[in-house]
Design a protein around this ligand. Structure first.
Ligand code: FUB
Length: 456
């Protein structure tokens, strides 16, 4: 593991502990923390957009991890009720950044802003092999909140050292501000109306105590709040400061998110239908500091306007309206149609809904491929695998030959207990031109069937 020069929290010796046993999730899931379990996600930046949904822009911890070096893509998740979360799919990966370092990786904590019909996605990424001194804040744009982003370039004139964790705050008067920083330095500046250039000078954010990284700014009752991660030994905490000016100076207020079980911490604060929420990450699924999972809990204020310490829960916040019925038209692909290889086999199985299951996926490189998958015009679709396992296992998902990373398939209680679900949203080609392949070798998993649910 490569040692980090400026972000020790990202490359500390990984702590190993027993994997937590957790329930599988479905495309439609009940609220729980972490609220995304099929893949590892971190650094959640939450926004409510005009369509009434709450969107979370997260980084993706690649499994297995090497510090935070291998993080090379972003996923977006959305909800309309704080209970049912939808994977909107991957929106950007390192190989799509023309000016990015040739080795990829290092797609760290992002943010997104909206102005005049365009969504601006900001992401920190190094431009050189010597990543530590070559950070840039890239900008990708789209007319959709969670798809079709194209890299436009990067914000010029910011320098390269410790330039991570961009956060963009849009003030009531339409003025946008960008904040960023790591390695004990936090800075902020106005953005021009084009959202891609700094307007004026970049200023240090004065008045913060023990700043480490993970800046976020929001406004309540005319007061600006700047939240950030501190340097608390072993496990960072979230602190905050307030100001009557978007660029400070700031008045330090204290710690409001105590350590999670993770060495890093990173959060965002958003108001959704009258309730404030704190998004953050922990390591409760993996027990590993660089395989993190996004969580959310309520954030409340005291009468004097200070933030109450966040209560970190396993259940998450309550749904804000009865869970709705998603408009879903899933297509089912049964185990019986799998083409197996390297020891995987389709076997008769009374416990499986389809009467057959794919087994022996514990063997290295054992795989089940499904051909002629898909229908309609293609686009984003959620692949949800239904499985049974006595192991805390994983399956590698390939779609049309592209590696979409390991999916967590945690224990369901037995080889016949087909209650497990894991999902990921991926791009599909038109009609039935797609292949979906599950590759094992990471613990045993019996596949009953998988579904494909179009999003676009
Ligand atoms: O996820 C990579 C880095 O870890 C982020 O940029 C930091 O804020 C910390 O969460």
């Amino acid at each position: 593991m490569k040692p980090s020069k400026i972000f020790p929290a990202c490359s500390r010796r990984l702590r190993f502990s027993l994997l937590a046993i957790f329930g599988g999730i479905a495309f439609i899931s009940r609220a729980a923390n972490p609220f995304i379990t099929s893949i590892y996600t971190a650094d959640p930046s939450a926004h409510v957009w005009a369509d009434g949904r709450l969107y979370v822009y997260a980084s993706h911890d690649m499994d297995p991890a090497r510090g935070c070096d291998l993080m090379d893509r972003y996923h977006v998740f959305s909800t309309d009720d704080m209970a049912n979360w939808r994977d909107e799919g991957e929106i950007l990966r390192a190989s799509q950044v023309p000016w990015g370092r040739k080795e990829g990786g290092f797609m760290w904590a992002p943010d997104c802003a909206y102005r005049n019909g365009t969504y601006y996605f900001y992401f920190p990424h190094p431009s050189e092999t010597r990543w530590n001194d070559s950070w840039k804040i890239g900008v990708a744009t789209s007319t959709n909140p969670a798809s079709d982003f194209k890299v436009q370039g990067y914000i010029e004139g910011l320098g390269g050292f410790a330039m991570i964790d961009p956060a963009v705050f849009m003030d009531d008067d339409g003025q946008a501000y960008m904040y960023f920083g790591g390695g004990s330095r936090c800075a902020g500046a106005k953005l021009k109306a084009n959202m891609t250039e700094i307007d004026g000078t970049v200023q240090p954010m004065a008045g913060l105590e023990d700043f480490h990284e993970a800046t976020w700014v929001f406004k309540r009752n005319g007061i600006y709040f700047l939240t950030y991660a501190d340097n608390h030994p072993q496990n960072n905490r979230m602190r905050y400061a307030t100001s009557t000016n978007a660029l400070g100076p700031w008045s330090y207020k204290g710690v409001y998110l105590q350590p999670t079980d993770c060495d890093t911490t990173h959060g965002s604060v958003v108001r959704f239908r009258g309730q404030w929420y704190q998004f953050y990450h922990n390591c409760s699924i993996s027990g590993q500091g660089n395989l993190r999972s996004v969580c959310v809990d309520k954030l409340d204020f005291n009468d004097d306007g200070t933030i109450k310490t966040i209560v970190q829960t396993k259940d998450g916040p309550p749904a804000i309206k009865p869970a709705r019925t998603e408009k879903i038209d899933p297509v089912k692909y049964a185990a019986g149609s799998a083409v197996t290889a390297n020891g995987a086999q389709v076997e008769d199985d009374d416990a499986a809904a389809g009467g057959k299951s794919v087994r022996q996926l514990h063997l290295e490189n054992a795989s089940a491929q499904f051909n002629q998958v898909g229908s309609g015009h293609g686009g984003r679709a959620t692949v949800t695998i239904h499985y049974a396992t006595a192991d805390n296992a994983k399956l590698e998902l390939f779609v049309n030959g592209e590696d979409y990373s390991l999916l967590n398939t945690p224990a369901t209680g037995g080889w016949d207990a087909y209650t497990g679900q894991a999902n990921l949203t991926v791009p599909l080609g038109a009609r039935n031109t797609n292949t979906v392949r599950f590759v094992g070798g990471h613990g045993g998993v019996n596949i009953d069937y998988f579904t494909v649910t179009p999003l676009d």
